[in-house]
Design a protein. Structure first.
Length: 751
């Protein structure tokens, strides 16, 4: 690390052998080599750098000033003294705005160095990021130009500094007395770069030096000027973190944590020591400390150190409150204790920040916030805003919190229900084993174990099946796709089977395209140009149809749209606008489209090539089905009848769930507040339970060719007689309908 740091100093500061170059290091009195903090190796600096050792107290400032006046250096590097001086005069405190000796040394240096001197200096973290460091930053950056900022969290022993491994120093590089608007280069050597060799880190640094903007692996160039007082910590200004926080807006509304919680601190164990008991007494309340929150976010009740007798009720941790450790380890993101019923039997200590929910926060929102507080992104944000490992309430108050949109709230809730169900099944298994030894009759215990075990084994077998894509498509996909897939599974690897694969591919695209069209109609500022093109062509005098290329063009247009200006909470099927952004999905779609076109133009496989084509096409279709599994979450239903109750304002409707490969499904009954539900119409139920009408894009009717019920879509239109030709998704039969023409005109599919 010494060799790397020397090369960095040569590149950023000591890059001229003709200029006068010096380095200042504290001379520690009464210290052995083993105890000395600044045990700097001689090869840390280039040979042309003259090293001066100065006093470690406030005398450092006067000695430094004398050297500057005598030597008039062009390039200077400062190791400031890190000791806390005693008996500091009022004059020194009055002359400087900084809070410690290292700040005072930096202030004095920029005042006494000649203009355009290049200055590098080690800094304490408080300079770069804390609010208390703002005055010194304002003074330094008001008249001096920052051009490099190097941050590190490696052990400083690697540079010859005898400091604790958690202690960190950063390095800033200034041009004294100038205020040019030049880019500032930030570089960080951290845990992320430990796996890289020093040569790789050095190579990345050289790339950064030559860039006028953008990022490298370990650095970035900031083109915006650093204003006086600005915090300059690497993580805080890193564009990657800003992008991650910006991405939160796509999940829903983003607010600061203090809008949801009131933050409170507890007893100070030193200041309030008179109130503490070291041994439990009847009626005493335990004190909860940060050490009692384990790294997995659970409560450690076995290591309570103090109790309080008859505390003020306002001190007790309230029900549903959250507790956060003030001294945190950012390698663990689960340092948040979610309050439970028994937490109101604790008094918080000062190493805990208590988050009491405000009245308008729901239980669901609270749980999502807990999970976000335990996330890596929250830990990364807090790390960027902290000068050390102590979490302050003022910082926590500003933490951006995402409030998930309706679709994501439903999805998270479904995951939570699934998780709780799995826990219940696990408990059932444990209880069944225990009961084997608790019943009076061993025969009774054996029978009970086999009975309960049978249900668990059935669940296990079903769960294993769900891991298979084929099972999921047959049982969980909408009926037209599941039915087509069942035909593929029952087919042989011949030309007929190959054609079934390509037909299923087209049916899949038509079905997804319907989702896209429905979504676009719900958004006033969202239009699909391809729909207008299709309508124009279908409405021309000659008979025209909708081609596979039309459906592909429609979906690609939707996936290429920039949805940043559209609130995605309003889009019921937002996966439709994202799935083709995956390169693999887009690639297999293109390949299957080519196969379909070749087959339509008599360029398809023949003879012994058919089996290979069949296998490859099936694999490609499976990949596309995996990328469109979101279809299984949106139930396709046929409403059979409705009955509106005007008093209760509820609609009782019977329906059939058209999911899975079987055409015969039972009637079910449900309730809706929608009084415009149509009997004999198809609907899609989205994640929040809203029923979305599919008519006229998809209609279910008796097929005139085979007499079976089937789902039809618009295939062709003949303007001369005004007749629409509809085509079945299940088996490709057609039906003609003149009455539906006006409805297609109404929704923009025809002109």
């Amino acid at each position: 690390m010494i060799d790397l740091y020397r090369k960095i100093l040569e590149r950023t500061l000591f890059n001229s052998s003709s200029d006068k170059s010096i380095a200042l290091i504290p001379q520690e009195e009464n210290s052995t080599d083993e105890d000395r903090i600044f045990n700097i190796p001689p090869d840390l600096f280039p040979e042309n750098v003259e090293i001066y050792r100065l006093s470690e107290s406030t005398e450092y400032i006067d000695e430094m000033t004398t050297i500057f006046e005598r030597e008039e250096p062009d390039r200077v590097f400062i190791f400031p003294s890190l000791v806390k001086p005693s008996n500091v005069s009022k004059e020194i405190k009055h002359n400087f705005v900084g809070r410690n000796l290292s700040d005072w040394i930096l202030e004095s240096a920029v005042e006494h160095l000649k203009s355009e001197t290049l200055l590098g200096a080690f800094l304490l973290p408080s300079f770069a990021i804390t609010m208390s460091g703002r005055p010194i930053r304002e003074k330094i950056f008001a008249k001096n130009q920052l051009y490099y900022y190097l941050e590190n969290d490696f052990s400083l022993e690697k540079l010859g500094l005898n400091l604790h491994s958690q202690f960190s120093l950063s390095t800033l590089f200034l041009t004294v007395g100038t205020q040019e608007s030049t880019p500032v280069r930030f570089f960080k050597i951290s845990n992320r770069s430990y796996s890289a060799s020093e040569s790789e880190i050095w190579k990345d640094f050289k790339i950064l030096c030559n860039q006028g903007g953008g990022k490298t692996r370990y650095g970035f160039v900031r083109r915006e000027p650093i204003k006086p007082g600005d915090r300059i910590a690497y993580d805080l200004l890193d564009p990657s973190l800003k992008e991650k926080v910006k991405e939160l807006n796509k999940l829903g509304d983003v607010r600061n944590l203090n809008e949801f919680f009131e933050l409170k601190r507890g007893l100070h164990l030193a200041r309030d020591s008179d109130e503490l008991l070291e041994n439990y007494e009847d009626g005493a309340i335990p004190v909860l400390e940060g050490r009692n929150i384990k790294s997995d976010g659970t409560l450690d009740e076995d290591n309570i150190r103090y109790w309080v007798k008859d505390p003020d009720p306002e001190l007790l941790i309230k029900e549903n409150a959250l507790c956060v450790r003030t001294v945190i380890n950012l390698n663990h993101s689960n340092l948040v204790l979610s309050g439970s019923d028994y937490l109101n039997s604790f008094v918080p200590g000062h190493s805990i920040i208590v988050l009491e929910p405000r009245l308008d926060i729901t239980t669901e929102e609270r749980q999502i916030i807990v999970e976000y507080l335990r996330s890596n992104l929250a830990a990364e944000w807090l790390s960027a805003h902290l000068a050390g490992l102590t979490l302050h309430a003022s910082i926590l108050n500003e933490l951006p919190i995402p409030i998930l949109n309706e679709n994501l709230r439903v999805a998270v809730n479904d995951l939570r229900i699934a998780r709780d169900t799995f826990h219940d099944w696990e408990k059932l298994g444990d209880d069944s084993v225990k009961k084997l030894f608790e019943v009076e009759s061993s025969e009774e215990g054996k029978n009970e174990l086999l009975k309960k075990g049978r249900l668990l084994r059935q669940r296990l077998e079903a769960a294993k099946e769900v891991d298979k894509l084929s099972y999921r498509v047959r049982n969980l996909f909408p009926h037209p796709i599941a039915y087509r897939w069942r035909e593929i599974e029952a087919s042989n690897p011949n030309l007929e089977g190959y054609k079934k694969i390509l037909e299923t591919f087209e049916v899949l695209l038509i079905y997804i395209s319907t989702f896209a069209i429905i979504s676009s109609r719900k958004l006033s500022n969202f239009q699909i140009k391809k729909v207008e093109e299709i309508a124009e062509r279908l409405s021309s005098p000659s008979k025209h149809g909708i081609s596979l290329g039309d459906w592909i063009g429609l979906l690609r247009e939707c996936n290429e749209k920039n949805l940043s200006e559209i609130v995605e909470d309003w889009i019921p099927f937002q996966e439709v606008f994202h799935f083709l952004r995956d390169e693999n999905a887009n690639q297999v779609l293109g390949s299957l489209a080519d196969r379909r076109n070749d087959e339509a133009h008599l360029r398809g496989p023949s003879g012994k090539d058919v089996e290979e084509y069949y296998d490859n096409a099936k694999k490609e279709l499976e990949i596309l089905l995996e990328h469109t599994e979101f279809l299984s979450e949106f139930q396709l239903i046929q409403i059979e009848s409705t009955k509106w109750d005007s008093v209760r304002e509820l609609n009782t409707y019977t329906y059939r769930k058209l999911m899975g490969d079987h055409p015969l499904v039972p009637e079910e009954t449900s309730l809706s507040e929608d009084n415009q539900l149509e009997a004999d119409s198809l609907y899609i139920k989205d994640r929040n339970g809203t029923l979305n009408l599919l008519r006229p894009y998809l209609t279910r009717r008796e097929c005139p060719s085979c007499g079976r019920p089937a789902i039809f879509h618009l295939d062709k239109f003949y303007e001369k007689n005004g007749i629409c030709t509809l085509k079945s998704l299940e088996h490709g039969h057609t039906a003609e309908d003149k009455e539906i023409t006006e409805i297609f005109r109404k929704v923009g599919m025809l002109k």
